[in-house]
Design a protein around this ligand. Sequence first.
Ligand SMILES: Cc1ncc(COP(=O)(O)O)c(C=O)c1O
Length: 384
Amino acid sequence: MTITKPTSKPANPNFSSGPCAKRPGWSVDALKDAATGRSHRSAPGKKKLAEVIERSRAILGVPDDYKIGIVPASDTGAVEMALWSLLGARGVEVLAWESFGKGWVTDVVKQLKLDDVTVREAPYGEIVDLSQVDFSRDVVFTWNGTTSGAKVPNGDWIAADREGLVIADATSAAFAMDLPWDKLDVVTYSWQKVMGGEAAHGMLILSPRAVERLETYTPKWPLPKIFRMTKAGKLIDGIFRGATINTPSMIAVEDALDGLKWAESIDGLEGLKARSEANLKAIAAWVEASDWAAFLAEDETIRSNTSVCLKVKEPAFVAQDAKTQTTALKLLAQLLDDEGVAYDIGGYRDAPAGLRIWAGATVETADLEALFPWLDWAFAQVKI
Ligand SMILES: Cc1ncc(COP(=O)(O)O)c(C=O)c1O
């Protein structure tokens, strides 16, 4: 069957999983009030940084007694600060089901070289058996596996009376999924993900229990300045009021504020979640009707509503070796890129052959609807 080339294209072809699409209607005008050329420690600079923290707190529903800091090096920086500063006080469980989670396993096992570590891993598209996790130990996991499209279904599996700390890399979950703050001690994310902000800065959220650990435990390894959150055994509180450790980009700060104000204008977290869930629903309806595409995460309860990962189910395609499949899907993504229809939808380099389509709140459902016929057309061009 030949498929006619579609004629109408998505108004916004940005479907990347990070940096993610800007909010609808964004233009550089959103940055015109940026405190450019000013010190981040000036009164206007500090005010803007504090405003990012407080607007984020309100939208995400972060409890008042949790600390929120703007930190260097995006989500990676935030996670590394947490791992290097907090781990080693007790045994650790690290849960991983895709590339980023596996990266945290490497940090804990090979870099920090902790000796009492349990690693629980699951293949792409699945998650680990959460009932096995021992909460007398510290637990490190990725809430939503951006490269596999598999997330934890909720926080019910996390013990309320845990002894260890629960550290969640929530970069592709925050602002798109409910995060049960009472079950989480450290939560990290970056501006460039769900809110479509600029890269470089991360957010680090700490529960009172995490702060207590910071103030009572000193790791046996040295900590670079960029990771240090305490001074003489006390939390450096300023970090969590906008006095960043080092210099942030005031343009990125302005852009983060723009995203947060947009979120407020669409009913905050509820509005963000609704847009993202509607996007997943639209993709699911197309997948359901498709004779070639399927979700990498087969179990609906763990299927991501932000980083949606697809595989090919067509038998003739699946029968090919992995390299042939990957090459064909790279070509598919390139065809759509060349057409100006979809950018950056190739599967992650370490993931099984597939496509990855961002479905967070900044993506318009109408743009996904416009993309689907193009996916069918492009698959027909590359199919083996
Ligand atoms: C789950 C997860 N963790 C960490 C990162 C790294 O984020 P960043 O590049 O913002 O440091 C990403 C980026 O995609 C991610 O998806």
